[in-house]
Design a protein around this ligand. Structure first.
Ligand code: GFP
Ligand code: GFP
Length: 837
């Protein structure tokens, strides 16, 4: 069509599609334009929220120009792309980040000031996009930032939930959940692509036919169908024109099917079907590290992987390449087992629809996929019951059985007659009913499997995937230590520290090359620098103290040691052990003379995090924290020596205030249970020290910062099984200090002790699975070392500086580059100046 346009039409398009100007006047014009047209408001009826909307829309215009340019050029150049399939993207707020990444924050700041608004208030008006539970979802968001910043051609694929993770409120000390209807006021950070709609089938049966060459063919004939509609979320890189995409799918009823029911005179059924279709992307499952086995969850997973695969295959087919070229053009990363059905769907498309032979198809599939494991917890391992699966996805079940059969035949050739081995490796677990082990399917269908920290990657090789390592060899199983983006987690959330670092290092290059931070190490001897450093920490603590006052109505002193544990509430993360140690501290202070009290280091213990709504024990931990806080905070015998707060509704924006403000943070999971952790990295990056076990990435943080700048305690991963055994069969007595703490709870020091009985039962000798008793004494001792070290403020300042200085390794840029080089085999492509096309 366009080839037929006269020159003047082409020129007119070229002239009019020039990018927006970025001077103050142009930006002010665009803001006011959105106020008066898009929002239909005027200067006299503006508030902070409408100012936010207008600024967001103006920012969005600039984002979309970059997005368009990037996607247009990538379509032409057609390099190999990576697709990151993640059921969760925990993005948080977008505006501040987009402005900083595009280098427009200062100009916008000035522009809106003159229009009568203040940037901070405007930023505060944005609601979080909370489409994730915790670490896994936030990791995906950090990776998207790094992929864009490093100019990698990458897309994320996920679901556009109407409700993100629930909002948490504390009522009478208990967690209560409220729906997070984040789309209430429209979402300017997405681009609805109502033209991109894909039919997704469910149920029905499989037709088996002979084709004209006598080959048996299987055709899936679904009996239900829904539409997937694309919503694109632009992800701008930092200091680059590149802007990547996250495509989120929304489910909608299919018109054809409604009409059928309707024409059959069954109007109610057609409306019901429509509602069911919308349900698929209605809500994010709020369980962190537990497998629920719900039919709707399986529907979500298939809906999302099928829509994404359809889109990826369509894009590949545009270039008219040979199928064997598919893995040279496409890399797909499976973020946990949630998207494992993509393996089966691609095999189905290639064999049933594109008519490739099984073996040719399978070679393409296994060269395309790679799989990241995020946990070894047995309760998190995804399994689907065969009957339920067959009812929803009959053809996929056949394919899974075939994948399994051909795989086990090869195992049999290698290790004949080892039935135990076949059982252990099988994708199908022989239970009643049979179960599909998604982790096994993911390993068999991928060319690389990685864990998320060195310790974890080794652990999976000796535990959950041991037999697979024996069969495939070591090379398939690798490590990719997690990372976090320094743009959001330092530059954006700790602007003063970012500024000081840039001044000290002489440039802001460290933001794209985090190892440059090591230049700060030379400054530990500079007293004036230490003073500035600690003054910034104090200002961040003041900011957090204000949040605590506002949300918890507790006054805390920014001169106390701020001790933080914020993360999902889970037994393995041991918030319970933390609050038990706080009770111990409280009892110790109460038993002191006034003279003894004078030497106590004042501490504010800050908790935050959500418990899965059905996780009774985790919710009781929240209740205990609040009950302890109620008593301790009112006790005149304690005063400012100890304060305890639970900050409600912990989310990304709250984390951005908490991370820069910690002196010490707690990463105290039972060794071998926390795969990596990423908040540990964020705290240390902001000059906060950590107290932790030798678990997950703590081990590597220790390697980087050195043992003088971290507080390590507790048993090691390889000791855990022996300790459990000893406690179970040899009745190792409970730690005496812990015993004292439990007696205090049982005596009713903190509300009716009956409330906490189920929690205390988890510590019964022989049942203390997370080894709180075994680690308690060393935990108390480590906390005492923290107190002692904090009193030497000058030494503490040096430690704090060294912590930040040695965090270069933990940039998600490093992680992403390792994935790109060692797993995806993709190269960066930088968007060229305008006029390239
Ligand atoms: C992508 C984007 C489209 C855009 C084209 C060309 O398309 O919106 O129009 O690139 O710029 F999504 P596909 O690669 O998905 O075909
Ligand atoms: C999981 C693991 C964490 C790990 C993240 C990201 O977190 O140790 O750091 O994934 O790899 F448990 P959650 O999603 O469970 O919070």
């Amino acid at each position: 069509e366009k080839a037929k346009w006269p020159k003047e039409t082409v020129d007119l398009w070229a002239k009019l599609s020039k990018k927006e100007a970025n001077d103050i006047e142009a930006i002010q014009k665009s803001i006011v334009h959105h106020v008066t047209t898009t929002l239909a408001r005027a200067a006299y009826n503006m508030d902070n929220f409408s100012a936010y909307q207008a600024v967001a829309l103006s920012t969005r215009d600039r984002l979309i120009s970059r997005w368009n340019e990037t996607q247009g050029q990538l379509s032409k150049v057609d390099p190999k792309r990576v697709y990151y399939l993640s059921l969760e993207f925990l993005l948080g707020r977008s505006m501040d980040n987009a402005l900083l990444n595009m280098g427009l924050k200062d100009t916008y700041d000035k522009s809106i000031k003159k229009l009568g608004f203040n940037m901070e208030d405007v930023i505060e008006s944005e609601v979080d996009a909370a489409l994730g539970n915790g670490g896994l979802g936030r990791l995906a968001a950090c990776y998207m930032d790094s992929l864009a910043t490093l100019d990698y051609p990458a897309w994320g694929y996920g679901l556009r939930y109407n409700y993100g993770i629930f909002q948490q409120r504390i009522v009478d000390g208990y967690q209560t959940e409220y729906p997070d209807y984040w789309l209430n006021f429209d979402n300017p950070w997405e681009l609805p692509r109502l033209d991109i709609s894909i039919q997704i089938g469910f149920g029905g049966h499989v037709q088996t036919v002979q084709d004209e060459y006598g080959v048996t063919r299987h055709n899936w004939v679904p009996n239900q169908s829904v539409q997937a509609i694309a919503y694109d979320v632009p992800i701008p890189g930092y200091d680059t024109e590149n802007c990547n995409n996250i495509r989120l799918w929304r489910s909608k009823p299919t018109r054809v099917f409604d009409l059928t029911s309707f024409n059959e005179g069954n109007y109610e059924k057609s409306v019901e079907d429509a509602t069911n279709a919308e349900k698929i992307t209605s809500v994010l499952y709020p369980n962190d590290n537990t497998m629920a086995g719900k039919e709707l969850r399986l529907k979500q997973q298939y809906f999302w992987t099928a829509a994404s695969l359809h889109d990826i295959v369509r894009r590949f087919k545009k270039s008219m390449r040979e199928w064997s070229d598919f893995p040279n053009q496409v890399a797909i990363q499976l973020n946990d087992t949630h998207p494992t059905l993509a393996i089966v769907e691609l095999q189905r498309l290639l064999v049933d629809e594109e008519m490739l032979s099984w073996d040719d198809a399978w070679e393409i599939v296994t060269k395309t996929f790679a799989f990241t494991n995020h946990t070894v917890l047995p309760e998190a391992m995804e399994k689907w019951s065969v009957p339920m699966f067959e009812y929803l996805l009959p053809r996929h079940l056949q394919i899974i059985f075939d994948i399994n059969l051909f795989f086990l035949q090869k195992v049999e050739l290698k290790s004949p007659n080892d039935r135990g081995l076949l059982n252990r490796l099988s994708i199908i677990e022989e239970a009643q009913p049979q179960q599909i082990r998604m982790a096994h399917l993911a390993v068999v269908g991928s060319h690389k499997v990685n864990g998320v920290a060195a310790l974890h990657s080794n652990l999976i090789k000796t535990t959950i995937f041991k037999d697979f390592v024996d069969y495939y060899g070591e090379e398939k199983f690798i490590n990719k230590t997690n990372g976090v983006t320094p743009r959001r987690w330092l530059h954006q959330s700790n602007p003063q520290l970012s500024k000081l670092i840039t001044e000290t290092l002489g440039s802001d290059k460290w933001l794209k090359n985090l190892s440059l931070l090591k230049g700060l190490a030379a400054k530990t001897g500079d007293a004036a620098f230490r003073k500035k450093w600690m003054a910034i920490k104090r200002a961040n603590k003041v900011r957090l103290a204000e949040l605590i006052k506002e949300r918890c109505d507790v006054e805390v002193s920014p001169d106390a040691l701020f001790d933080v544990q914020v993360k999902r509430i889970h037994e393995y993360k041991r918030q319970f052990m933390n609050i038990l140690s706080v009770i111990h501290r409280y009892r110790t202070i109460k038993s002191m003379t006034a003279a003894q009290k004078a030497s106590v280091q004042p501490r504010v213990v800050i908790f935050g995090g959500k418990a899965a709504p059905g996780y009774y024990i985790a919710k009781l931990v929240i209740k205990l924290i609040n009950s302890v806080a109620a008593v301790v905070n009112q006790d005149p015998a304690v005063g400012d020596l100890l304060k305890v707060v639970f900050v409600p509704d912990y989310n990304v924006s709250v984390a951005e205030i908490i991370c820069p403000a910690s002196d010490i943070s707690q990463h105290i999971s039972t060794a071998g249970t926390e795969a990596s952790g990423t908040s540990n990295m964020k705290f240390v990056l902001n000059g906060g020290l950590i107290i932790g076990t030798l678990d997950g990435a703590n081990v590597e943080i220790l390697e980087e910062v050195g043992e003088d700048n971290i507080f390590i305690f507790g048993c090691m991963a390889h000791e855990v099984e022996d300790l459990r055994h000893a406690q179970r069969y040899r009745g190792v007595p409970m730690d005496p200090a812990l015993q004292g703490v439990i007696s205090a709870i049982e005596k009713g020091t903190f509300e009716d002790p009956k409330i906490f009985q189920p929690l205390i039962s988890t510590l019964t000798v022989g049942k203390d699975f997370y080894l709180i008793s075994a680690d308690f004494a060393s935990y108390i001792a480590a906390n005492q070392q923290v107190d002692a070290a904090y009193k030497k403020q000058e030494e503490w300042a040096k430690k704090s500086i060294l912590c930040t200085a040695h965090m270069g390794k933990f940039s998600s840029d490093r992680s992403v580059k390792e994935y790109a080089d060692e797993i995806w085999n993709i190269k960066p492509y930088s968007v060229k100046d305008e006029g390239y096309l």
